[in-house]
Design a binder for this molecule. Structure first.
Ligand code: KIV
Ligand code: ZN
Length: 394
């Protein structure tokens, strides 16, 4: 873990938008789109990119290969089941990367062993050992994920992690595959693994959270507090079902509450909005209006009291500066909740000066219109200003 000035510890951002994120229903990408997005992710400053699942299709293999060749300054991660063919494919696809790692996974919970793998615990440990040892011949950095770890008992989880560390795994990712964990449980799980697993202090740790209960960011923050040095995220939180931990939410929580959390990332936040828009369009995956950080309403204010406060000092109702995220300027939406101060401000932005009598008449007409529709657009306000000026002149 890198220690910087003011003692903030560096948390590495592992972006899996192009692998786990792409598993969101209907969000698949063409290889060319993946290459463009990977370049943007590198510019954004993520530390690791997982660009796909090479064995899953020729297109994905090609995308991972081209990204390994063309995207610089970032570690590229090949993804594989604990199966020789997958490992071979991921190793080949990432051959040209400046820095690379292999990410292997194998289920650890009883429900997965019984119904999905249909294997005994002994067999699973044996597979994990032999496949990590096999992969270690080709690549130094091996990340291992016990899938469905948060629904796995400690005893078996520790045994599996111990086995893969012995065979050479260097990064242990503990996924909350089904988004089941609570923050305090998830953090405590890392602490127990770090303390009790043989060799547990020799590896790096990573969090990978799904958002089924809306806890992915909270769980990732709990893991950071427990000492993980990597978090796996996706842009806009896209991913299976309710998605993965959202990159922009996690990064801005760390950025905004740096002192409380004592960590930092290498993300260049000014590119967040552009990357979010790019991913949303490429995946044809709309962003909810109220999505934190990148949603349409994230920096818009309608209530009169809020608008009044903002016009006096933006910190009254904003904890982040939208300019620093590349979000188009914070907007004041004019609607039925807007007060005189906000309307006056918008009128002055048009370069129009109204007497107090005109302003009062405009305010009355504005409220009547706002009651009939959700938002009063600028051109409608301009029309009202026209009426007001004429009316008072008549
Ligand atoms: O959610 C999950 O368990 C995964 C792993 C394979 C890391 O995506
Ligand atoms: Zn996942």
């Amino acid at each position: 873990m890198t220690i910087h000035n003011n003692e903030a510890k560096r948390v590495h951002i592992f972006d899996t938008t192009l692998r786990d994120g792409e598993q969101a229903p209907g969000a698949s990408l063409h290889p060319e789109q993946k290459i463009v997005i990977a370049k943007q992710l590198a510019m954004l400053g993520v530390d690791v990119i997982e660009p796909g699942f090479p064995i899953s299709s020729p297109g994905d293999f090609m995308a991972v290969q081209r990204i390994s060749q063309e995207v610089h300054g970032v570690e590229i991660c090949g993804f594989a089941r604990s199966v020789k063919e997958d490992i071979d494919s991921a190793i080949r696809a990432t051959e040209a990367a400046e820095r690379r790692r292999l990410h292997m996974f194998l289920s650890s919970s009883n429900i997965h062993l019984d119904f999905q793998l249909r294997k005994s615990r002994e067999q699973v440990i044996q597979i994990a050992r032999s496949m990590v040892a096999y992969a270690k011949q080709f690549v130094e950095r091996i990340e291992f994920s016990p899938m469905d770890a948060t629904r796995t008992g400690d005893e078996f989880l520790f045994e599996m992690i111990e086995a893969v560390i012995e065979e050479g795994a260097t990064i242990i990712n503990i996924p909350d595959t089904v988004g089941y964990a609570l923050p305090e449980e998830y953090g405590a799980m890392f602490t127990r693994v770090m303390d009790h697993v043989r060799g547990g202090k020799t590896v790096e740790y990573s969090a990978h959270c799904h958002n089924d209960l809306g806890l992915a960011v909270a769980n990732s923050l709990a893991a950071i507090r427990a000492g993980v040095t990597q978090v796996e995220v996706t842009v806009n939180g896209v991913g299976e079902r309710a998605g993965n931990c959202s990159l922009e939410e996690l990064v801005m929580a760390i950025e905004t509450r740096k002192e409380a959390l004592g960590v930092e990332t290498g993300i260049h936040t000014e590119h967040i909005y552009a990357v979010s828009q790019k991913v949303s369009r490429a995946m044809s995956f709309p962003i909810a209006f109220n999505k934190p950080i990148v949603g349409r309403n994230a920096f818009q204010h309608e209530a009169g009291i809020h608008q009044d406060g903002l016009l006096k000092n933006r910190n009254t109702y904003e904890i982040m500066d939208p300019d620093k995220l590349g979000v188009p300027r914070s907007m004041i939406i004019l609607g039925k909740h807007s007060g005189r101060h906000a309307i006056k401000h918008r009128v002055s932005q048009f370069g129009v000066e109204l007497s107090s009598e005109q302003m009062e008449s405009l305010y009355v007409q504005f409220k009547e219109l706002a009651d009939r529709q959700k938002v009063v657009q600028d051109h409608q306000l301009l029309e009202l200003i026209g009426h007001t000026v004429n009316e008072v002149l008549e």
